[in-house]
Design a protein around this ligand. Sequence first.
Ligand SMILES: Cc1cc2nc3c(=O)[nH]c(=O)nc-3n(C[C@H](O)[C@H](O)[C@H](O)COP(=O)(O)OP(=O)(O)OC[C@H]3O[C@@H](n4cnc5c(N)ncnc54)[C@H](O)[C@@H]3O)c2cc1C
Length: 384
Amino acid sequence: MSKTTADVVVIGAGIAGASVAAALAQTQDVIVLERESFPGMHSTGRSAALFSEIYGSGPIRALSRASRKFLYSPPQGFADAAIVRPRGAMHIASAAQLAKLEAFCALPDVAPAIRRLTAAQARAECPILQEDYIAGAAVETGSADVDVDVLHQGWLRQLKARGGELLVNAEVVRLSRQPTGWLVETPDAQIEARVVINAAGAWADVVARLAGVKTVGLQPNRRTALIVSAPEGSNSDEWPMVIDVDEQFYFRPDAGALLLSPGDETPSDPCDAQPEELDIAIAVDRVQGATTLEVHRIRRSWAGLRSFVADRSPVVGYAPDAPGFFWLAGQGGYGIQTAPAMGALACALVLGQSTPDDLAQFGVNADDLRPGRFIESLASAQDD
Ligand SMILES: Cc1cc2nc3c(=O)[nH]c(=O)nc-3n(C[C@H](O)[C@H](O)[C@H](O)COP(=O)(O)OP(=O)(O)OC[C@H]3O[C@@H](n4cnc5c(N)ncnc54)[C@H](O)[C@@H]3O)c2cc1C
């Protein structure tokens, strides 16, 4: 068994762990521990890869706005391909959903980001929408597809170039407090570190329990996605992503095919999530109900976990009950599009700094994300 020291150990090499590790490696000795044989096997490798500034809670939208610059103009040498490709995100409503669409479009941070479309205009942008289904739409003009692998690998390369280390097949099985930090143990290694960052995705509460730290009530929810053929002869690559205003389904072009999802949120234990036949059938049924698409074969399907705490905003900051234990969890369905700002914010907070100005100007406020907001309420509920 090898024994070593580091300033910071990051648990989990998904997009969250990779982004904060790369940022911290500029000034700290950083080791990232990943249980799987490669980084990105769980939520990070299973997303729908949307960047949208009007998706999610207020704090999520602020983090997304603050991430735009990095995604569109990454630092020199960060990536050898574009991270984003612009693609409108079109929110659609049937006649029964028009009031919902109106309310959504009137939200202060939604209104300036969208263009309203009549049903005919929506059908011009996505011709498979059925004439007798769609009643109104609004398209976000600044949204994009994200190349998640380019983004993720960019941070992992940066980590290495800055002297950081990534260990795979390295599950953290024990965490014990030391006088000056933590002893982190995997089956093959012991690492003493001043700071431990919990970026374990759906397993973040499991890791907290290992450390004897109060949990934040994280709930992983399964979401299903599948790939089907686009209609023959269609110009589908140019279509927007189409999202039901109640998020009961969405679909988007994907390398000449179409990605469909039923927008499911089925509570799950943390696990290697697998798609259920029923959810696949629901996705096909809902998309076929709104479009002229005819699905004859499912080319591929998968599921992944979107993990939320009660207010559906992330949990970022030191645990109030355990010095040196830092939370970076609860990214829900937005962990890709918010990763640049989350990595930068987490780096600053780990180093004892406040919210950086270039994030604060977009409305990012570390107070909205502090772990204490749950730990305190859970503790008082337990006391009652
Ligand atoms: C179907 C679907 C669609 C989505 N669409 C979008 C989207 O369009 N836009 C968007 O921004 N987001 C989207 N998301 C959400 C996004 O994928 C997640 O928010 C993000 O990937 C979370 O990243 P993470 O690094 O926290 O978690 P993960 O990628 O799950 O990484 C956590 C890592 O921790 C490791 N780990 C856990 N326990 C231990 C341990 N004890 N020791 C060592 N390692 C451990 C795990 O193996 C895992 O690799 C979607 C998710 C799904 C499932």
